[in-house]
Each structure stands twice: as structure tokens, then as C-alpha cells.
Ligand binder design. Structure first.
Ligand SMILES: [Zn+2]
Length: 116
């Protein structure tokens, strides 16, 4: 069986954090986490995300994160990821086409555009 099931365990982790697992399922998950650093690490970061979401929802001591907070938080997360990707993309483009040697810095080319 081995790793066929990492994805399934990750789904179980989400369900556990939502308070949707039975005791038997939680026991199975706990057993897997003891032997699997990958899933244990994933659970820790899932928890951190939920703590951040609960905080942003104004309830840092919540037992589970209410669904609407997850949706809003997920949206915010994607915005952050999109911004990050944009920054990285811009940085890469800058280094490919505007990097050292081409002469113009970003500031200079902006000045040029304004002058024209
Ligand atoms: Zn695992």
C-alpha cells in the first residue's frame, strides 16, 4: 500500500481539522502521522494556515475554522500567491531582458518613456 495514499491522508488531515473524522479514522491518521514525516509536516502547516485564518476571522481560539473564513482566506492566499508570482516573474524578466549589460535600469527606461 505504501504511498498510494498520501493524497488521501492529506484529505483526511483536512477532514480531521474540520472535526469531521470519527475516532477510528483519527486513530488511523494518528498512526500514519507517527510513521510519515511528510504528512506530519503537512498537518503542521495546515494547522498554521488555520490558525492564521482563525486570527483573521477574529477568533484565534476557535476549534475549527468556519467555512466562510476558509473561503475568504483561500482567496486572500491566492491573491498573495498571484502577487508573489508577479513579482518573481517581473524579477526574472528584468534579469533576462533588462539585466546588467543592457544599460537601462528600470528607473531610466521609465524616465525615457515619460520623456517620449
Ligand atoms: Zn503520509
Amino acid at each position: 500500500m505504501a504511498d498510494a495514499s498520501h493524497e488521501q491522508w492529506l484529505a483526511q488531515i483536512d477532514a480531521e481539522l474540520d472535526g469531521e473524522l470519527s475516532l477510528v479514522e483519527r486513530a488511523a491518521l494518528a498512526k500514519h502521522l507517527v510513521t510519515c514525516g511528510h504528512c506530519a509536516g503537512a498537518r503542521a502547516s495546515h494547522l498554521e494556515v488555520r490558525v492564521a485564518l482563525a486570527r483573521s476571522a477574529g477568533n484565534p481560539h476557535a476549534f475549527v475554522v468556519p467555512r466562510p473564513a476558509i473561503r475568504a482566506g483561500t482567496l486572500a492566499l491566492w491573491v498573495v500567491i498571484a502577487l508573489g508570482a508577479g513579482v518573481v516573474g517581473g524579477w526574472v524578466a528584468h534579469h533576462q531582458w533588462g539585466g546588467p549589460g543592457s544599460g537601462a535600469t528600470l528607473e531610466e527606461s521609465r524616465g525615457t518613456i515619460v520623456v517620449h
